[in-house]
Design a protein around this ligand. Sequence first.
Ligand SMILES: [Zn+2]
Length: 267
Amino acid sequence: MGNAEIYALRYATMGSRSLHMNFLQPDPHDTTAQDLDYFVWLIRTGGRDILVDTGFNAAEAQARNRKLTRNPVDALAAFGVNAADIRDIIVTHLHYDHAGNLDRFPNARFHLQEREMAYATGRCMCNGLLRHPFSVEHVTTMVRHVYGERVTFHAGEGEVAPGITVHRVGGHSDGLQVVRAATARGPVVLASDAAHYYANLQRRSPFPIVYNVGDMALGWETIERLAGHPDRFIPGHDPLVTELYPRVNDAADAYALHVAPKRSFAK
Ligand SMILES: [Zn+2]
C-alpha cells in the first residue's frame, strides 16, 4: 500500500470512429465503436507531482484533425499545477499524443525507455506506417533533451520515486512503458497504449496500431500481474474512465483514479 494520488486529465477527444480503428479484429457482435479520449496523468506522491505523458498541442491537433479541448499545460494550470514546477515526467512512449509540449516544462527530467529512443530514431522510421504516429518535431525535442542531460533512460523496470515504477512492455511501440503507482487502494497501473480501451485487454484483442503483437499480448499479462486486480488497470484512451471515476475538477476535466471505481470488473 502507498498513498499516491493519481489524476487523469482529459485534454482531447476523437469521435466518428469505426470498429476497425479500435480493434485489429473487431468482434462481429459489436455494433458501435467507442470514441477515443486523450489524457495526461498526474501522480501526486510524497509532496511531488509526477506527470505521465505530455499530450499534443493545437498545431498537432490541426495537422491530425483531432479535437483539442485544452492544451495539457493549460489543463495542469487549471488543476493548480505550474508546468515550471514539474520535476519529473514519465513519457510512456514517443507517439505524437503522448510526447508533445516537451518544450513547455523547463525544469523537468524525462523518464524514457532506452528502446523507445532507439526505435523512434532508427531504421523503422523509414517506414511510413510505423512512422505515422510519431512527430519528428517531438522526437527532435527529445533528442535535444538527451544532449541537455535531461533524460533518465530506463531499461525494462525502473523506479522514479518511492512506490512509483515504470515497466517496459513494448507492443504498441517498441519502448512503450506502463507506470505502476502504490495507492491506498493498492497498486494502480497506468497502461497507456498497452491497452487503449478496457476491451483491448479484457478481450485480448489488439488495437490496430501495433509494432509487435506478441509483445502486446504478453504486455496484457504483465499489466494484470502488476495491478493484481481488474479494477486497478487504467487504459490509455477509454472514455469509460470518465464514467467510472469521479470528476474532481471541471476546468481541468480531471478524474481521481486512486479511489475505487463506481462499477467493478471483478467477477
Ligand atoms: Zn496514444
